[in-house]
Design a protein around this ligand. Structure first.
Ligand code: SIN
Length: 528
């Protein structure tokens, strides 16, 4: 019997890839760590940047240029152009799958703008675009006879064809399901990692609990090249909320919301007029509150460090309150819990870890590459876990959903074009002998807290040699201890995640320490 393709992760990249594989006639097993809709996609507010007409030369070039500018000289221009050109076709796919974007009432799409974009080119579904995309993709996935979805499936590692040579390719996965905790061996024709990013290494973060860098860690252990992990994108505007760190979509700044510090707020109250004139962000860029995220987040961070305060203000009271309520109902519903109203109250905002720009290095078809630059047969990475060359040193807002669908389709096409059949005898069982039950879960929680506070304090928006070196010492120790537990104990979800997070944390620090220049999202004060 032919093995299924295993897709690990159930956000936009994973489900879009699974649907294309299934439509192409392949059986697909979607493995998701919790429930199918538990993904960063479901939490995405902004939208999907897309020029729908690939013959619209100027608009295409402007999107390409904005992406290159945001990426601070580190994007692969060919990749950027090819992704931008493919946007229309992939948006058509999404529409056919039932995604409903906001219309403009005149037969077109309502488009918005975010930081770093020189034009309105972002399709959206009010302020819950990801939720709408996820709704449609989940419905199509669950209805497809060729796709099996397994929830609560923790993938522990990729299995090599011929240990220890990763270039011989991937032949399966070790998966721990719900229930008896047994680890089973799953034979696969190919594995698509669509596991998202690693935002949960930091606190605060806009990411859901599932974003623990599992795919990055598995790919690294397998021998895949993992690059540019120092480029961690912090979203400039989040509000502390009892349920979760609440993202305030950049589209709100696209509609005219402005960042002010205490002084700017006082001056604006006194003098009135356009609040943008009083924004401290103007010292960082003439685009002020609508500069790219690396610049705005750094300007806020510097302000907070200088003033000792926990937040700056995002003001919207100069904008039309009804339009804001209509356009941002999700954000308003969360703000209700805090007694704050768009169009009236200044919002207390601070940056939070948001997007993992680096990732598993892939070629133009989403095929993972080894550290020697060779294709690893059968292993693919799509979405946030992948590094395609699109985002460079800083992702342009709302480019990630676009990159995800483009590369998910390309990976599906590459798999459909043919992957090696795998003999069942090739696959080793999980090493379960002699492992004891993990008895002290408290120690894991403590290690996780140490990891998150280390990443937050020492590996944040502004770094230094001393901070990074301190982080390195702590993470080396943590890694050593977690690995010792791993060798001794049966895996649990917490242990699998912690092991992955500590490894990814160490890789982030190693990449940051190795950098000799500041670029995009990496800013080391000692390199200025
Ligand atoms: C936002 O809505 O500001 C987030 C969109 C993105 O991360 O691209």
């Amino acid at each position: 019997m032919e093995a299924p393709v295993a897709v690990v992760g159930s956000g936009i990249a994973g489900l879009f890839c699974a649907l294309h594989l299934a439509e192409g006639g392949h059986d697909v097993l979607v493995l998701t760590k919790r429930n199918i809709e538990d993904s960063s996609t479901n939490w995405a507010q902004g939208g999907i940047a897309a020029i729908l007409d690939r013959t619209a030369g100027e608009a295409i070039e402007a999107h390409v240029q904005d992406t290159l500018d945001a990426g601070d000289g580190a994007c692969n221009e060919d990749v950027v152009r090819s992704v931008v050109l493919e946007a229309g076709a992939r948006i058509t796919d999404l529409l056919e799958l039932g995604v409903r974007f906001q219309e403009d009432g005149a037969g077109g799409w309502h488009l918005v703008q975010e930081g770093g974009h020189s034009a309105r080119r972002i399709l959206h579904a009010k302020d819950a675009t990801g939720r709408e995309i996820e709704r449609a993709l989940v419905a199509a996935t669950e209805a497809h006879p060729r796709i099996t979805v397994e929830s609560d499936a923790v993938v522990i590692d990729l299995i090599r064809r011929d240990h220890p040579h990763p270039e011989r390719g991937v032949v399966g996965l070790w998966v721990q399901g719900e229930g008896d905790g047994k680890v089973r061996t799953v034979r696969t024709a190919a594995v698509v990692l669509a596991t998202g990013g690693a935002g949960r290494l930091w606190e605060p973060t806009t990411n859901p609990p599932v974003s623990t860098g599992d795919g990055l860690a598995m790919a690294h252990r397998f021998g895949a090249a993992v690059r540019d992990l120092a480029f961690v994108q912090f979203h400039p505007t989040t509000v502390a909320h009892p349920q979760r760190t609440l993202l305030i979509t950049e589209a709100l700044r696209g509609e005219g919301a402005v960042l002010l510090d205490d002084e700017g707020l006082a001056a604006w109250k006194e003098e009135g007029g356009d609040p943008a004139r009083f924004s401290f962000t103007l010292n960082a860029s003439p685009l002020g509150s609508l500069a790219t995220r690396d610049i705005v987040a750094r300007a806020i961070d510097a302000r907070l460090k200088k003033t000792g305060q926990t937040h700056v203000w995002l003001v919207t009271s100069h904008l039309d309150a009804d339009t804001l309520q209509e356009r941002f109902p999700y954000v308003q519903s969360m703000l209700n819990d805090l007694g704050l109203t768009l169009g009236e109250d200044p919002l207390p905002v601070q940056p939070a870890a948001h997007y993992t720009v680096g990732g598993v290095q892939v070629d133009g078809h989403g095929r993972a590459l080894s550290t020697e630059g060779k294709v690893l047969p059968g292993l693919f990475a799509v979405g946030e876990v992948a590094s395609t060359g699109m985002h460079g040193a800083n992702r342009l807002a709302s480019n990630s959903l676009l990159e995800a669908v483009v590369f998910a389709k390309r990976a599906a096409d590459a798999i459909l074009a043919g992957v090696d059949p795998v003999a069942a005898t090739d696959i080793p069982a999980w090493r379960s002998d002699g492992l004891s039950l993990l008895e002290e879960h408290g120690a894991l929680a403590h290690d996780l807290q140490t990891l998150r506070s280390t990443m937050g304090r020492e590996v944040g928006i502004q770094r230094s040699h001393r901070r990074l070196a301190r982080a390195k010492r702590r993470l080396d120790l943590l890694e050593h201890e977690v690995e010792a537990t791993w060798r001794r104990c049966k895996p649990t979800r917490d242990l699998v995640e912690l092991r992955n997070m500590v490894l990814v944390g160490r890789l982030v620090v190693d990449d940051a320490l190795a950098r000799t220049e500041n670029r995009g999202l990496h800013y080391n004060a000692d390199l200025v």
